[in-house]
Design a protein around this ligand. Structure first.
Ligand code: IMP
Length: 434
C-alpha cells in the first residue's frame, strides 16, 4: 500500500505544485485533504499550462483518480469554472471524485470573510477572501452544507431554509455586503450544481482505502504549509484547516498507519503572504531584490510575498509535526546572487535562546533571529551542466548549503529544484514509492 504525502514546510508557496507534478506522474490516485480554492498551483503538462485552485493537480492526467477529500471546502461555482478550463485545454475530468463529506463554500462565506477582516480593524489576518475561514466555522459549528447534501432534495431544502436567514442576520450585524440571494434562488442554484457535479460525489474514504488495499499508489497533496496550520501555525495568522501530517488522516479518511513517505517541500529561503510574524523577514532593497528574483507574487491573489532568509526553527517545527522522510528543496537558484547566506538556527526571546517555535505571537514579535552565515555561490549560473551531471555538478557551496539543512533536520534532500522547468530538478531518489 504505497502512499506518499507532499507538504509545505513553511507558509505555503514553497513550490509544491512543481514537486507534486513531478511525482504524480507515477501516482494512481491524488488526494487533496484540506483547504479549498485559497491554494494555487500552476501545472504544465506537455505544452499546456493549467492554473488550478480547487482541483487536485492529478486531474489533468488521463487514468489518474483525483480526489477532493472530506477535509476540504469547495466553492462549486469556481470548481465548475476550473473544470471547464481543464476540459477546454484538452484535459480530462473522468478521474475526478468529490467527497460527500466535503463542505461547501457559499457566496455568504466570501462576503463574511471580507466583513470579518474589516471588523478586525488593524488586526487583519490578510486572508485570500475566498470564504475559507467562514466555511470551516460552519463545519465546526455543525451548520455547514456538505457536497453529499446536494444529492437529497428535502434535507437540502431544510438546511437552506435554516442557514440563509441565520447568515443574513450575521451579515447585517457585521455590516457585510449582502450575499445577493434568497432561499429559493440558492436552492435552485444548488440543484444546478447537483446536475453538473452530482456524478462525481461519493464516499472518497472508501475509494482511497480500497486503492491502498489493492496496492495502488496514493499521493496526498498538501495545500498551504505547516506554518499556516490552524493548531500548529502562527495562530491567529493561519488558515482554517489542518495543513500538517495529521490533517491527512482526518481530511482524507485514512488511518495514521496508512501514511507512508512524507516529502517536506522547503523553499531555500522563506516567504509568506498576509499578516503575521516572520522572524527572518528582510526589509527595503534586500526584500525587494529577493521578491523580484524569486518572482514572489501569489498565484491566487497576485499579492507580493514577504521574503526572508531560511529559518531552520520553522523547518524543524514543520518536520517534527509532519514527519518528513525526504526534503524537496526548491528555488535554490534564486540565491545565486549572494556572497553570503544567513541561515536562522535559533531565536533569542527576552534574552533567552530557543530552538523551538513559540505559540505566542507577542513572543514571536520579540524574537531575534540567531544566524550562522554560509558562503554563497554568487555568479554561478550553469543549470545546463547540472541537468547533465546531476547533484555532483552543483557548485560546492550549494552542496554545502543543502548538506547543512539535511544534517540539521536529519532528513535527506532527495529532490533539489534549481529552476522552474521540470528538467531543472535533481532527483536523488528515483523511486519515490519504494
Ligand atoms: P485564508 O486561507 O484565505 O483564510 O487565509 C489565511 C492566511 O493563509 C492568509 O495569510 C493567507 O495569505 C494564507 N494562505 C492561504 N492560502 C495560501 C496559499 O495557498 N499559499 C500561501 N498562503 C496562503
Amino acid at each position: 500500500m504505497p502512499s506518499l504525502a507532499i507538504i509545505g514546510a513553511q507558509w505555503g508557496d514553497e513550490g509544491k505544485g512543481k514537486i507534486t507534478d513531478y511525482i504524480d506522474e507515477t501516482a494512481d490516485l491524488i488526494v487533496r485533504f484540506q483547504g479549498g480554492n485559497n491554494a494555487g498551483h500552476t501545472i504544465k503538462v506537455g505544452d499546456k499550462v493549467f492554473k488550478l485552485h480547487g482541483l487536485p493537480s492529478g486531474v489533468v492526467r488521463k487514468g489518474n483518480l483525483a480526489v477532493i477529500g472530506n477535509g476540504t471546502v469547495v466553492n462549486m461555482d469556481e470548481l465548475i469554472e476550473e473544470m471547464d478550463q481543464v476540459v477546454k485545454a484538452g484535459g480530462t475530468l473522468e478521474g475526478l471524485r468529490i467527497s460527500d463529506r466535503a463542505h461547501l463554500i457559499f457566496n455568504y462565506h466570501k462576503k463574511l470573510d471580507g466583513a470579518e477582516e474589516k471588523y478586525r480593524g488593524n488586526k487583519v489576518v490578510g486572508t485570500t477572501k475566498k470564504g475559507i475561514g467562514p466555511a470551516y466555522q460552519d463545519k465546526i459549528a455543525r451548520i455547514g452544507i456538505r457536497a453529499g447534501d446536494l444529492l437529497e432534495d428535502a434535507p437540502l431544502k431544510e438546511k437552506t431554509d435554516f442557514i440563509l436567514p441565520y447568515k443574513k442576520d450575521l451579515m447585517s450585524m457585521l455590516e457585510s455586503e449582502p450575499c445577493g440571494c434568497d432561499c429559493g434562488t440558492l436552492y435552485e442554484k444548488m440543484k444546478g450544481w447537483r446536475d453538473k457535479i452530482g456524478g462525481y460525489i461519493c464516499d472518497t474514504s472508501v475509494l482511497i482505502n480500497e486503492a491502498l488495499d489493492s496496492g495502488k499508489k496514493v499521493l496526498f497533496e498538501g495545500a498551504q504549509g505547516a506554518m499556516l496550520d490552524i493548531d500548529h501555525g502562527t495562530y491567529p495568522y493561519v488558515t482554517s484547516s489542518s495543513t500538517c501530517g495529521g490533517g491527512i488522516c482526518t481530511g482524507a479518511g485514512v488511518a495514521p498507519n496508512r501514511i507512508g513517505k512524507v516529502v517536506g517541500c522547503l523553499k531555500a529561503y522563506t516567504t509568506r503572504v498576509g499578516e503575521g510574524p516572520l522572524v527572518t523577514e528582510l526589509s527595503g532593497e534586500a526584500a525587494d531584490a529577493l521578491q523580484k528574483k524569486g518572482g514572489e507574487f501569489g498565484v491566487t491573489t497576485g499579492r507580493g510575498r514577504r521574503c526572508g532568509w531560511l529559518d531552520l526553527v520553522v523547518a524543524g517545527h514543520a518536520s517534527r509535526l509532519c514527519g518528513f522522510t525526504s526534503l524537496a528543496i526548491t528555488k535554490l537558484d534564486v540565491l545565486n546572487d549572494y556572497e553570503e547566506l544567513p541561515i536562522c538556527m535559533a531565536y533569542r526571546i527576552d534574552g533567552k535562546e530557543t530552538r523551538y517555535f513559540p505559540a505566542s505571537i507577542s513572543r514571536l514579535q520579540r524574537a531575534e533571529p540567531i544566524y550562522i552565515t554560509m558562503k554563497g555561490w554568487k555568479g554561478w549560473d550553469d543549470t545546463e551542466s547540472v541537468v547533465k551531471g546531476g547533484y555532483d555538478a552543483l557548485p560546492k557551496e550549494m552542496r554545502t548549503y543543502v548538506q547543512f539543512i539535511e544534517n540539521n533536520l536529519n532528513v535527506p534532500a532527495d529532490m533539489i529544484s534549481i529552476g522552474p522547468d521540470r528538467k531543472d530538478t535533481i532527483d536523488r531518489k528515483k523511486d519515490w514509492w519504494a
